[in-house]
Design a protein around this ligand. Structure first.
Ligand code: B4P
Length: 191
């Protein structure tokens, strides 16, 4: 299996690049953001709780997110691999992912982080907010999401650094150029 963690601050292009990666490498896409938005759209109990947290820019609890990941792994045991988009976002989630994959004799091959300056993140997310009406893409929530990322999510990079699995990629420029940089990293891991 080829298991990739696609990492980066909000608006760094994780969702965008995941689409290209799954097409090229035939992987199963697991986006915790998408899974949570499905719960919100379905007006489930989990969705009602998650919406309040997401609209504030904070992180949904580790237990909920890890439970969703385990369900997905269970449902796609025959897949050639997974792309984890927006997960793990805390060191606890990273540890739990390791445990869950170990249960299937699997591991993360590489964690790719997309580097994008703050001003560019804010610009992209405000644009998306205007175009799609996504309720967490407003200036106040965007700023909190980036602060939460710097505080709670950045330590995940040190976790993968220690395992020599972290590859940083320049996340600025055209979608195609960034994708080419990502492909270079993945193809090295696949060899
Ligand atoms: P996510 O859905 O993961 O949202 P995101 O971080 O904003 O990234 P996304 O993938 O959507 O955007 P992208 O960078 O591709 O999370 C939303 C919320 O869910 C979180 O705040 C949190 O509350 C909760 N959550 C999710 N996962 C969680 C977890 N594991 N634990 C706890 N809570 C969790 O793209 C952004 C925009 O940039 C797009 O409009 C795109 O078109 C544009 N763009 C992309 N690449 C570009 C480029 N090269 N140039 C110009 N624009 C570009």
């Amino acid at each position: 299996m080829l298991n990739i963690v696609l990492f980066g601050p909000p608006g760094s292009g994780k969702g965008t690049q995941s689409e290209n990666i799954i097409e090229k490498y035939n992987l199963v896409h697991i986006s915790t953001g998408d899974l949570l938005r499905e719960e919100v759209a379905g007006h489930t109990e989990l969705g009602k709780k998650a919406k309040i947290i997401m609209d504030s820019g904070e992180l949904v609890s580790d237990d909920i997110v890890i439970g969703m990941i385990r369900n997905k792994l269970e449902a796609h045991q025959d897949s050639p691999g997974f792309i984890f988009d927006g997960f793990p976002r805390t060191v606890e989630q990273a540890r739990e992912l390791r445990k869950a994959l170990t249960d299937y004799d699997e591991r993360v091959g590489v964690m790719i982080s997309l580097d994008v300056p703050r001003e560019e993140l804010v610009k992209r997310l405000l644009k998306r907010g205007k175009e799609t009406g996504r309720t967490d893409d407003n200036l106040e929530t965007i700023n909190n999401r980036i602060d939460v990322y710097n505080r709670q999510t950045i330590p995940v990079t040190y976790y993968y650094d220690k395992m020599h699995k972290h590859a940083a990629v320049d996340g600025t420029g055209s979608v195609e150029k960034i994708f080419a940089r990502i492909v270079e990293v993945i193809d090295k891991v696949k060899r």
